[in-house]
Design a binder for this molecule. Sequence first.
Ligand code: FEO
Ligand code: CA
Ligand code: CA
Ligand code: CA
Length: 588
Amino acid sequence: CATPAGTGPKLGFTAVPPSRADTVVVPPGYTVQVIAPWGDPVGIAGAMPAWRPDASNSAADQAVQLGMHHDGLHFYPLGSGADGSRRGLLVMNHEYTDDGLLHPGGLADWSAEKVRKAQAAHGVSVIEVAQGPDGWQLVRPSRHARRFTASSPFAVGGPAAGHPLMRTAADPAGRTVLGTLNNCAAGMTPWGTYLSGEENWAGYFNGPAQPDAHQARWGIRPTDFYRWHQHDERFDTTRHPNEPNRFGWVVEIDPMDPASTPVKRTALGRAAHEGAWVATTRDGRAVVYSGEDARFEYIYKFVSRDRIAPGGAKANATLLDHGTLYVARFDADGTGRWLPLVHGQGPLTAANGLADQGEVVIKARQASDLLGATKMDRPEWLAIDPRTREVFCTLTNNSSRGAAGRPGPDAANPRANNVMGQVIRWVDEGDFDGTTLRWNHLVLAGDPTQARAEAQGTVRGDFFACPDGLAFDQRGVLWIQTDMSSSVMHQGEMARFGNNQMLACDTASGEIRRFLTGPVGCEITGCAFTPDGRTMFINVQHPGESPSERSKADEPTRFSTWPEGPGAARPRSATVAIRKADGGLIGT
Ligand code: FEO
Ligand code: CA
Ligand code: CA
Ligand code: CA
């Protein structure tokens, strides 16, 4: 990206204090506009049912409305020059559902229709937005408007396509999967597509009482969390044991072609994928970094065999199906290695339970265990600085670090009972495809007033905890979003942090300044900019989330009425467009 002229100082705004208010707070001189809340129609011609505040929309309605629990998003300009910053597509993930809010009566009278509605509230939305005299609005209908749900067909690309472990009764070829699940973070490719990570997919599958070793390594166990298996046998692994192997992939969507079929890119490895982010080597190949948001799991990168071709999505339709997958090892001396996940190399052999490259990518955790990769503190988002070639990754927290029977602190994950999290950074030596790296920490998050040394952190500037979302803007400011769990928020060591928030970091100086605080019970996530750097889009996920188990209440207490405000029937995840009142660059 070109740096817009007249950038001024990196962090030019007045910091906001921590807040427990049920609203979005931004610095003086900035405006907040809510668009695209859960349940509004995405704008498919002839199918635009209005949202009903009593949650009485049907499953069929929900399948053409914005899903629940907005997460990662990106902006795709429509038009060139200034027009491209005033009109475009927003593509966003809908991570999961709160069934207490989604249905009249919540989980009472659980039914096939409620399961279908929950499935329809998952996935990805494509909406068209335009900026007019009244700010940003959805363009409805739009030929681009689209929903992908837990029932939409996805093709499979890469070494697991057609693999015996991918075959099911409904799909004996193992090449067409229905649905995408728990889509968390989002990346945009240089060829114009959208990458979405399938994160905590294991919880949708009811496992057997005695899981086998593969199921156990991926957390497949008996569960009633989403209750889909009660009315949809596809989610009962005792009947369809291979169905879970078809989730945990990075999916690629071409938002510009409304007729395109999205693809699960298995060459990037299977994981509880937070998301995927692309860098380009000097000779034009794609390097896709990804992490797995789970305690003691791994950071990966994929290096494409071929160069990115001119011609956009169609010219690169199989680029991410051929290349080399690596997993990271961070050594105590500040160096590290990318260990190849290549069948037949080292311990990745049939004798160790990995018959071929398809099985290596399906069992990427087991393969990474064999290679001795570094077990991280829940890798969430990554961000790549094209100027310095540094790669950053949020490690959100890990309260099990150092617990009995679990791995203790190491150099990259240095704190026991790590409730605050950290941001690690590295440079791959030579180029983004380098197999060695040098790393350090950008920051250990925390609160310097805490009594426990491990909770104090190294923050220069405004204190924060649990970094999750991470993105660079066009000026090179690193934006950090937080996701303190509602089960710990405002308590104990989290007492001073207030609601979840967003901060800006000058990575050269290390200064961190709080830019935004969110409403009660929310997570702040998703970060995208118009090409002119003058509108920032973020998502407010799960305002009013119950501090107790989130999906279990029949009619949960409403802890928030955001965004409609007092008297609203139920809180709604929504997108927020942030601008400066004077139309200036965000962050200046
Ligand atoms: Fe869906 Fe790791 O946050
Ligand atoms: Ca996240
Ligand atoms: Ca998180
Ligand atoms: Ca969340």
